[in-house]
Design a protein around this ligand. Structure first.
Ligand code: DON
Length: 559
């Protein structure tokens, strides 16, 4: 009986053009696919694809839906990067990273003695950068979408006004962040019901957020950056001694940028330029690894060589990278194969435990960010990572408007040389200045071969993001893993400083660990690195294969 029913379900699915994913098989679809960290948000994207929307329409719908169903990282009050690759081969980055307010200054998080003020860049109004998400999603929709903002906002508005059932993981994450959220009135009321915590299965409604979204649907991003909502943001910033003013909001613009492009073993790697470090560091690592024999996946040989590439590229990140609209960043030199060759020689010569300095180019982790990937029937693709930075951002919900503000200012070097919340040590290039964008590690990436889409991938994880994306790309391109295996495979991370090699706790054999230790790597175990939401396109059949990371609660859906 069970056999007959599953055969029937399978038949229905095949007729519908979609095959159900089981525990470790990717979800397969012939036409379109959406993968995000939250099932209802993935469904919102699929609804829009089915309604005739393209990948950008679906991505914008998913982005707004995550702001409702995944307030941990989905947002209106944060920022990010959307990489779009159109079926005609053109690629564009929408940079909607937050910006330092006009009154921000280099030493704003230091006391009179030059010491870091505890929590100033992570909790409360002073931690927030000028939000970019609404401008970025609206710009993407206006330039590259088909259906228009009002239609793609409909699922998010519905989810906010009718509510949705609280999942086990959402209830847990609210419980874990109750100390942060309890500090601010609107957050305490909306997310904690003044202390009566949400239980799994209860309905979570957000009428204020629904009104905010409806205003954006009617009047576009102006509704957010000017008028009532902008006034509410400025008022809450003032109440809690932050810097963001109505003028900062009125001036904010999402920027269209050319993507950063690299090459690896016959593939084209399309990723994001500064103010993210993601593309530069990813391409630098792939350049180093290009000709090396990496050995079997997660063997000593592969972990050693990849870790050394990580250390070199992250050391360069610390010194050279910042917002290229403000400081000069040697992007071309850092991503040149010649420079990678010099680093490769050093790696081959040096002992793994030798200290390492940034190069001279020719002259813990939780997952508080979120990534989603979309491919449509025509082959347009979107790879989008956006964030509030920490889970629930700076903790403040804008009174009357129902959304949280970010704490992205912590991504700047508050005190050059001192580590930020991800332990990243950064330098002058990433010092704070008015309207500058803090350096990001977000790495939404698309891989193509011979002009054909092969992969859309990205992850949360602060400083670990770039290494996570690297390992998924290597899993598919070098080790021929299917996308689900590449996403599920155990991961490791080294960011140069602090000097440690992090290994996912359950992923590596005792023999390999012993060899790494004997070679001098300072090892540390971590729970999980990143949460990848990826889509691979089979080069022969053109089928789409989606994989939501088993480290999270996401979902791949297709049709
Ligand atoms: O832009 C960045 O690199 C960070 N704000 C990303 C934050 C993040 O991934 C949080 N998750 N651990």
């Amino acid at each position: 009986m069970r056999y007959r029913r599953s055969t029937f379900v399978l038949l229905l699915c095949v007729l519908a053009g979609v095959l159900p994913g089981r525990a470790l098989t990717p979800v397969a679809a012939r036409r379109g696919m959406v993968v995000s960290s939250e099932p209802l948000a993935s469904d919102a994207g699929l609804e829009i694809l089915r309604a005739g929307g393209n990948a950008v329409d679906a991505a914008v719908a998913t982005g707004f839906a995550l702001a409702v169903t995944y307030p941990f990282a989905g947002n209106l009050g944060g920022g990010g990067f959307m990489l779009i690759r159109r079926a005609n081969g053109e690629s564009i980055v929408v940079d909607y990273r937050e910006e330092a307010p006009g009154a921000a200054s280099r030493d704003m998080y230091l006391d009179a003695q030059g010491n870091l003020l505890p929590h100033a860049s992570t909790v409360g109004a002073l931690a927030a950068g000028v939000p970019g998400t609404v401008a970025g999603l609206a710009l993407a929709e206006q330039k590259y979408g088909k259906l228009g903002l009002a239609r793609v906002l409909a699922p998010a508005i519905r989810l906010a006004s009718r509510g949705f059932p609280v999942s086990y993981y959402f209830a847990e994450s609210l419980r874990e962040h109750r100390e942060l959220l309890a500090q601010f009135d609107a957050s305490r009321r909306i997310f904690l019901r003044n202390g009566r915590l949400y239980e799994p299965g209860e309905t979570f409604r957000q009428p204020q957020l629904a009104r905010t979204l409806a205003a954006i649907a009617r009047r576009g991003p102006r509704a957010f950056y000017r008028g009532r909502i902008a006034a509410a943001i400025a008022a809450i910033e003032k109440k809690y001694h932050g810097l963001i003013t109505r003028k900062d909001l009125a001036q904010y613009q999402a920027k269209l940028r050319a993507p950063l492009v690299g090459h690896f073993r016959g593939y084209e790697i399309v990723s994001v330029p500064p103010p993210s470090s993601g593309g530069v560091v990813l391409v630098e690592m792939l350049n180093i690894l290009e000709p090396l024999e990496l050995g079997p996946p997660n063997s000593y040989q592969s972990i050693h060589l990849i870790t050394e590439a990580m250390r070199h590229a992250y050391a360069d990140r610390a010194v050279y990278l910042g917002d290229a609209d403000f400081v000069s960043v040697p992007v071309a030199r850092l991503t040149s194969p010649e420079y990678a060759a010099t680093l490769r020689e050093e790696i081959i010569k040096a002992k793994p435990d030798a200290p390492l300095q940034p190069g001279q180019p020719a002259a813990g982790e939780s997952s508080n960010t979120t990534h989603f990937s979309v491919v449509d029937a025509d082959g347009n693709a979107v790879s989008n990572t956006y964030t509030l930075n920490g889970g629930y951002g700076c903790g403040i919900t804008v009174e009357g408007a129902g959304f949280l503000l970010n704490n992205e200012m912590d991504d700047f070097a508050s005190k050059p040389g001192a580590p930020n919340m991800f332990g990243l040590v950064q330098g002058e290039a990433n010092a704070i200045a008015p309207r500058k964008r803090p350096l990001s590690s977000m790495t939404p990436t698309i891989v193509t071969r011979d002009g054909k889409l092969r992969l859309a991938v990205g992850s949360p994880g602060g400083g670990t993001i770039i290494n996570t994306v690297l390992q998924v790309i290597l899993g598919v391109l070098v080790y021929n893993m299917d996308i689900r295996m590449a996403v599920a495979a155990p991961r490791f991370h080294d960011q140069w400083q602090p000097d440690k090699l992090e290994l996912e706790r359950w992923g590596f054999s005792a023999d390999t660990i012993e060899k790494l230790r004997a070679a001098g790597y300072p090892l540390e175990y971590v729970g999980g690195l990143g949460e990848v939401e990826a889509i691979a396109v089979d080069p022969q059949s053109d089928w789409r294969f989606g994989a939501a990371d088993p480290r999270g609660d996401g979902k791949a859906v297709g049709y």
